[in-house]
Design a binder for this molecule. Structure first.
Ligand SMILES: Cc1ncc(COP(=O)(O)O)c(C=O)c1O
Length: 418
């Protein structure tokens, strides 16, 4: 019997599979913990967004911050994606993955002088500038090199994205962008400034947004500002709506690419300007799972049951960082009644918890479990805390799998130390 448990993983009589490939067979070769991704799911998620915006001029700049492993970037580039880099490191990784730098937008709240200089010298597509001061630094750097930097100011529209406070970025209390009411003046004061070419406007109100209304409001706000700037004589080339489209981590339905496009395209039409999108999570989130072994089980006197995994907050930080939810499925579910389990990591931090009182079939030491929907903000946030080694990453494509990042070794880690 085959029961899909996510967009990428299926429960079968032979255990969990990723697009027909047995998860156990991967683990037998590379061990645990390991991230496993479905190339098909990544392509489908990309195409779903591309198709949803088919009626409007658009470009998808995949947000590297969600997952920037080269194997995944190359796959996305091959199907036409452009890139959104959130740091100088990501700009260079995009380049190494084969993106032309004029296909890259460079965002980030604290770009250093050197990062800006590198981006400008390499002819980056657009710099999404975070402040008036940053625009002035960009102008100085570009002018000194005899270049014109293409810039779009990031506007903070004071819109509640309705997501977790740690990943909402569009409120005036947040450090991102410039207040909406100041943006026009910032452009006007720098009109004709050597080294600057104002090509767009940018907004990104947060991540894991599950309803279209805040995204539509952000688009409306940006369009209104763009029309004001057009009246003032600025010839903008695009509007950048950022990322933020959420995925269904639980079984509740949420807005997908179609609802997103239906909400924002009517707003965008008032401007006629092409739109840039920076989705990250919506492209890779569902495609990946973190596979781990149960290394211990125990029952406390109050009846609480714990399953301790060989992966924890060092490998998948989201639950510890934002209390986020990941579905957990055993790779070979045992027969027996479901019972509440506390699924935890091996690190001595009380936040190293993946699930509390989660109903799961019986679990025993050596069992394999999959933490689903871990393709975004999973491996990229992994750390060496407790001297854990970064887990390998495996990409399943058309019945074959390849290791796109090998497991880190202790020698890799210690090579940096004297
Ligand atoms: C500026 C910017 N663009 C795009 C993204 C990608 O967001 P998401 O993964 O929610 O689509 C982020 C992430 O928060 C971001 O900060």
């Amino acid at each position: 019997m085959q029961v899909p448990v996510s967009q990428s993983f299926t429960s079968t009589d032979e255990g969990l599979t990723c697009d027909g490939v047995s998860v156990t067979s991967i683990v037998e070769r590379v061990g645990t913990p390991v991230y496993v991704y479905s190339a098909r799911a990544i392509r489908e998620a990309y195409r779903a967004i591309d198709d949803a915006f088919a009626s409007y001029p658009h470009a998808i700049h995949y947000a590297l911050k969600a997952n920037s492993t080269l194997g995944i970037l190359r796959l996305l580039r091959a199907i036409g994606s452009r890139a959104d880099a959130n740091s100088g490191g990501e700009v260079q990784v995009a380049e190494r993955a084969g993106f032309q730098l004029d296909e890259v937008v460079f965002t980030g709240v604290g770009k250093t002088w050197d990062e800006l200089a590198y981006a400008i010298a390499s002819g980056i597509g657009v710099i999404n500038a975070e402040s008036a001061g940053e625009l002035d630094r960009i102008a100085q750097i570009a002018h000194a090199r005899g270049r014109e930097a293409r810039v779009a100011l990031r506007v903070n529209p004071d819109i509640d994205a309705g997501s977790h406070p740690n990943i909402s970025t569009g409120l005036k209390v947040n450090q991102f962008g410039v207040p909406l009411q100041e943006a026009g003046a910032i452009y006007r004061e720098r009109r004709g400034r050597a080294g600057l070419q104002f090509v767009g406007l940018h907004v990104h109100i947060g991540s894991q947004i599950t309803t279209p209304a805040p995204l539509a409001r952000a688009a409306r706000t940006l369009v209104t500002l763009a029309l004001e700037l057009r009246d003032a004589g600025f010839q903008l080339e695009h509007l950048d709506l950022g990322g933020g489209l959420g995925i269904a981590y639980e079984d509740r339905p949420i807005a997908g690419p179609v609802e997103y496009a239906e909400a924002v395209v009517p707003e965008l039409r008032r401007s006629g300007l092409p739109v840039l999108l920076e989705p990250g999570r919506a492209i890779v989130g569902h495609a990946g799972a973190l596979i781990a072994h149960v290394v211990d089980t125990k029952r406390h006197p109050d009846g609480r049951q714990f399953a301790v995994l060989d992966a924890g907050m060092a490998e998948l930080m989201r639950p510890a960082l934002y209390g986020s939810y990941h579905r957990i499925v055993p790779v070979h579910p045992r027969a027996g009644a479901e019972a509440p389990w506390n699924v935890v990591g091996p690190i001595c931090e009380s936040s190293d918890v993946f699930a509390r009182d989660r109903l799961l079939p019986p679990l025993e030491v050596h069992d394999l479990v999959a933490l689903l929907d871990a393709g975004a903000y999973g491996s990229v946030m992994a750390s060496n805390y407790n001297r854990h080694l970064l887990p390998p990453e495996v990409l399943v494509d058309q019945g074959q799998w390849t290791t796109i990042r090998r497991r880190q070794t202790l020698d890799d880690v210690l090579a940096l130390e004297s």
